[in-house]
Design a protein around this ligand. Structure first.
Ligand code: TMP
Length: 254
């Protein structure tokens, strides 16, 4: 790891210079944080599972024509991705009331929304990721109105697809967060899905019992955090061979 140039280190991932120009290696850590870094911890095996889960979901989305930054998984904790210019927005798609939506409007968690809600937050740890409107986004030059139309259309398509995919394995996709980036190719710019999709940035509830199988177990000290991530991977049929014990080390598996 140390031989490569580190481009960026986030809370849950590190980005290294990739093997070819225009590529990056995305390394998934076991570190977990919540409430804008006020709560920190480790979820053993999370990096390995999120690498797999994100690979699986990005590949499936690619198959239905959603452009993504994902190229291929390199090993247990790393994947090769296209280098993009990240749009500084967190796009949150909600199907069910939970989390900050529940707090903001005093609505009980679990209320089914009559239609999906898309919200935008400005990515800034210093400012605590404030919620922004399209007006802010265009006025401050983070994205154009056309970009926003595209981001919204892609987000709703991703939501439709993932709702069905998770429902098929007994999980209710309550809400999730996406990030998009600009990919420059032959003088042209394309918006692509970037970052990751995993239980770190989704709320997933068991359809029968309502049990939370996502990062809320860590945020709210509900226990069995590792098991919840494993259960999501297991249901998707992608637990690393050898089971959970296979998930501790960054063993290379080309
Ligand atoms: P919220 O209810 O806390 O606003 O979160 C909505 C969804 O977005 C939830 O699935 C968790 C995800 N999320 C992130 O991935 N990163 C963040 O920084 C925040 C605030 C939420």
């Amino acid at each position: 790891m140390s031989r490569r140039r580190r481009i960026y280190e986030g809370k849950a991932k590190v980005l290294f210079e990739g093997p070819e120009p225009g590529t990056l290696v995305q390394y998934f850590k076991d570190d977990a944080s919540a409430f804008n870094n006020q709560k920190k911890g480790t979820i053993t095996g999370k990096g390995v599972l999120n690498n797999r889960i994100s690979e699986y979901l990005m590949t499936k989305l690619g198959e239905i024509g959603v452009p993504t930054h994902f190229v291929r998984r390199l090993n247990m904790r790393e994947q090769l991705v296209r280098e993009v210019e990240i749009i500084p927005l967190e796009v949150v798609i909600r199907n069910v009331v939970a989390g900050s939506l529940s707090k903001r409007f005093g609505m009980p968690e679990g209320t089914q929304l009559p239609r999906s809600i898309v919200e935008y937050y400005y990515k800034s740890d210093e400012l605590n990721d404030p919620m922004v409107s399209e007006e802010h986004i265009t006025a401050f030059g983070w994205a154009t109105p056309q970009d926003i139309d595209e981001i919204l259309a892609m987000s709703l398509r991703i939501n439709d697809f993932l709702l069905g995919l998770f429902l098929g394995v007994g999980l209710r996709l309550v809400d999730f967060k996406l990030e998009f980036g600009r990919l420059y190719e032959n003088e042209e710019m394309r918006l692509v899905l970037a970052d990751e999709i995993s239980p770190d940035n989704c709320r997933l509830w068991d359809t029968k019992t309502g049990e939370k199988l996502d990062k809320d177990r860590f945020r709210r000290d509900l226990g069995n955090v590792e098991e919840a991530y494993q259960e999501v991977a297991r249901r998707l049929g992608i637990l690393p061979e050898g089971g959970p014990r296979d998930m501790k080390g960054p063993a290379t598996m080309q």
